[in-house]
Ligand binder design. Structure first.
Ligand SMILES: [Zn+2]
Ligand SMILES: [Zn+2]
Length: 163
């Protein structure tokens, strides 16, 4: 969730002969546009993003914990301009002095995080994707704020706060 982060996912974007964005690498079909779709639990709010995700992480910060009601929260980022709401509109909440989060006003699913310091990107909850397996986390952030029983043992890189 910071500009200095690993941009490998973005760098995997290539231009095919037709000029359409395609994702190179495992799990994708050559020539298929990279489109992510997701939404809340009740279906009132839906989104899509036609961009390669980056900064996929599991955040263990206290803000995510309290807002989502979970020990940790998986996120990925896309350019803010790439995310479109295709059904309903999420409810915004100013969750800190520097960030706005959104959630479904009907069922409560947390959907996005927008930092004032990074106006060109938006973080989306990985678990709200229709196919969360497509965007696995690459690291863990804010370990300094994790709960004692929230044990990280998957071998991914860890960071006390941001990367
Ligand atoms: Zn909902
Ligand atoms: Zn967090």
């Amino acid at each position: 969730m910071r500009p200095s982060d690993d941009r490998a996912a973005s760098e995997a974007i290539l231009l095919d002969r037709a000029g359409a964005k395609v994702r190179a690498g495992a799990g994708s079909h050559t020539g298929e546009a990279f489109m992510l779709r997701g939404g809340c639990h009740c279906g009132a709010v839906r989104y899509e993003a036609d961009a390669a995700p980056f900064h996929a992480t599991i955040c263990h910060c206290a803000d995510c914990r309290r807002i989502v009601g979970a020990a940790s929260v998986a996120w990925f980022s896309v350019p803010r301009a790439a995310l479109r709401w295709t059904a309903g509109a999420p409810k915004p909440v100013r969750s800190s002095a520097r960030a706005t989060r959104t959630f479904c006003g009907t069922c409560g699913t947390s959907l996005t995080y927008e930092s004032d310091a990074a106006p060109d990107e938006i973080d989306v909850t990985t678990a709200s994707l229709d196919e969360p397996e497509r965007v696995p986390p690459r690291d863990h952030t804010f370990l300094a704020e994790r709960l004692a029983w929230d044990v990280v043992a998957d071998g991914l890189p860890t960071f006390a706060r941001t990367r």
